[in-house]
Design a protein around this ligand. Structure first.
Ligand code: S3P
Length: 449
């Protein structure tokens, strides 16, 4: 695609404007691409590697800002982590229970996964004091969902608004095991309790109302932890105080990043795109089920298992799509993909309803309000619901100025909406994409023909 159609302008304050000008005769997406490594698996590989005995080798790590935050926190806790790259990262673990007391505040940046998972580990390190914080978005996100169960285990954590907002101070303790029934299906809550349980004598169980992503369970087992899973009650039990052992982790491409191309390929006329090496763990493939419900033409090719995670190439071809209703147990399996699904719904024939997704209000931004506002600016018909959105599709979108609200998934969703909008769309604060997809605009330019 010619450089004039997709332009990135860097402002004096280092903020980026992503300017997308759709040619009058339209464009299509073609080619074979790869997306960056899975964000959830990248965090866990760094964390478990840092806590294990011996060496962990990571291939395919996401080089986004979020895993960089995890690496810097765990370096400060004493792990040796080589320079981050996609080919080969070496982590020299320090062994369970051996974190050193950092001399400064641990900063998780924009990353909820870093902060919430780390809290479970820090709270269960007796005799050491830690302070943790994050950027302005993370400092406004609820931490009580992990602080409360950790307190039930005996953790000592202090912070603003009844210990629910970062910055937080943690006095590490020997904790006691609990059986925690989480009111929300959240892999961050589940993983935080499991990691605290790893350091706690006895058996710690966490159950959730619907199954959330299970990368922690898979990786903990691979590193040697004793874990019992009861699929009937969506519960996981970890037995504390066993050592973890360093492993080789091969990180598949992130289906949450592939989702932008899946929707783009489905809605931009003439598109035919293959996204190679995508993680298709069933706890993450809600996006494929939702797009199938909408009638999108997506095929899985070359299905295989890589280092304990299912992987496939995904081929998407343009075709008309229609509305659907998304609610209930599917929501945790596509929670991060709802912004881009909103773009698909704005294009689809009929009215799409998304419910049971109130969690979107406490993500990197309030993704219900922000997506509704930004898509409506482009001429879409999106109505906010307390726990989701109602989107009537089929109106033609018009290019205009929109804003990411510094949320990576909003920035990229709006860029895909721009491909089907007439004229020019300018996405302000588009640099947010680097949290999970540093090369997003380069790949966009590469696939648009
Ligand atoms: C994640 C869990 C999800 C997801 C986030 C990554 C993880 O958050 O939205 O992007 O890696 O555990 P919740 O646990 O808050 O649902």
């Amino acid at each position: 695609m010619s450089a004039s159609v997709i332009t990135v302008e860097t402002q004096e304050n280092l903020s980026h404007k992503l300017i997308i000008q759709r040619p009058p005769l339209g464009l299509s997406l073609q080619g074979r691409i790869r997306v960056p490594g899975d964000k959830s698996i990248s965090h866990r590989a760094l964390m478990l590697g840092a806590m294990a005995e011996g060496e962990t080798q990571i291939q395919g790590l996401l080089l986004g800002e979020d895993p960089r935050s995890t690496a810097s926190c765990f370096r400060a806790l004493g792990a040796e982590i080589s320079e981050l790259n996609t080919e080969f990262v070496r982590v020299k673990g320090i062994g369970l229970g051996n974190f050193s007391e950092p001399i400064d505040v641990l900063n998780a940046g924009n990353s909820g996964t870093t902060l919430r998972l780390m809290l479970g580990l820090l709270a269960s390190h007796p005799g050491r004091f830690f302070t943790v914080t994050g950027d302005s978005s993370l400092r406004s996100r609820p931490m009580s969902r992990v602080v409360k169960p950790l307190q039930q285990m005996g953790a000592q954590i202090w912070g603003r608004v009844s210990n629910s907002l970062a910055p937080l101070a943690i006095q590490g303790q020997a904790l006691k095991p609990i059986h925690y029934h989480s009111p929300i299906a959240s892999a961050q809550v589940k993983s935080c309790i499991l990691l605290a349980g790893l350091m706690t004598e006895g058996q710690t169980t966490v159950s959730e109302p619907a199954l959330s992503r299970d990368h922690s369970e898979r990786m903990l087992r691979a590193f040697g932890a004793e874990l019992t899973i009861d699929p009937q009650s969506n519960s996981v039990t970890v037995t504390g105080c066993a050592q973890l052992h360093g492993q080789t982790v091969i990180v598949p491409g992130d289906i949450s990043s592939a989702a932008f191309w899946l929707v783009a390929g489905a809605i931009v006329p003439g598109s035919d795109l293959v996204i190679e090496n995508v993680g298709v763990n069933p706890t993450r493939t809600g996006i494929l089920e939702a797009l199938a419900l909408m009638g999108a033409d997506i095929q899985r090719e070359n299905e295989r298992e890589v280092a304990g995670e299912p992987v496939a190439d995904l081929r998407v071809r343009y075709g008309g799509i229609h509305s659907c209703t998304l609610a209930g147990d599917i929501i945790p399996r596509l929670i991060d993909e709802i912004p881009i699904l909103a773009v698909a719904a704005a294009f689809a024939q009929g009215t799409t309803i998304i419910r049971d997704a109130e969690e979107l209000r406490v993500k990197e931004s309030d993704r219900i309000t922000v997506m509704a506002q930004q898509l409506n600016k482009m001429g879409a018909k999106v109505t906010e619901l307390p726990d989701g959105m109602e989107i009537t599709g089929g109106t033609s979108l018009v290019g205009t100025d929109v804003d990411s609200h510094t949320d990576h998934r909003i920035a990229m969703s709006l860029a895909i909406a721009a491909l089907v909008a007439t004229g020019t769309t300018t996405i302000h604060r588009a640099e947010a994409a680097a949290v999970s997809y540093p090369n997003f605009s380069a790949t966009l330019a590469e696939v648009c023909r």
